[in-house]
Design a protein around this ligand. Sequence first.
Ligand SMILES: [Zn+2]
Length: 236
Amino acid sequence: MIQRSLKLPGGHAVDYTLKVSPNRRTIGLRIDANGLTVHIPKRISQQTVDSLLRDKSDWIARKLGEWQERAQPLEWMDGARLQYLGNEITLTLRQDDRNRALEFDGSRLHVAQPDPEDLKAVQRKVAKWYAAQARSDFTRRIELLSAKLGVPTPPVFLSNARTRWGSCNSRGEIRLHWRLIQAAPHIIHYVVAHELAHLKEMNHSPKFWAWVEKLCPDYQKSREQLKAISHQLHLM
Ligand SMILES: [Zn+2]
């Protein structure tokens, strides 16, 4: 599976996933919550793929637009459902004379502030709380898995990148998206394992995947699941 991007005649770029299917004879396009996936036969040039995508660019843009409209962004109101570590939790809003620190009781996240209708403030506070949970959760996992991999614990930073859940640069710094804390622990585990494995192999070769598997034997399942929920994780 390869991630690519193509500039369309209209000027904007479309990101897509390229999947080689040895049994195919033709190129197939699929658009769903995860965006555009292009299924191609084994021997086909990138040029052929690009020109087909350009021919179909109107259709692609329209279908992608339909999916974006269907996805409802989160409404920041009392009783709103949030995802946290793969579980659904409820947001509660309450008026209080003071701005209180957020409280989480395991199933509800309580926000109390002078103006509970100030939804921008609610959104800001909740995002900050999620980022704080993400930082401590990811740091702990990085410590555990880097020990298992036999490498020094790398520095971890939170990211807000639109297109990727994690990255590892040539300086060995790992970045993980704070929104990932919404996902179930085994999915976070996979992303951490993936980025740590890059400390051993800076590519996606079979050797690289062998390191991932060592840290996360079930990685293929988690990887598929992450792809399936990626779109949802961005709604918050
Ligand atoms: Zn990677």
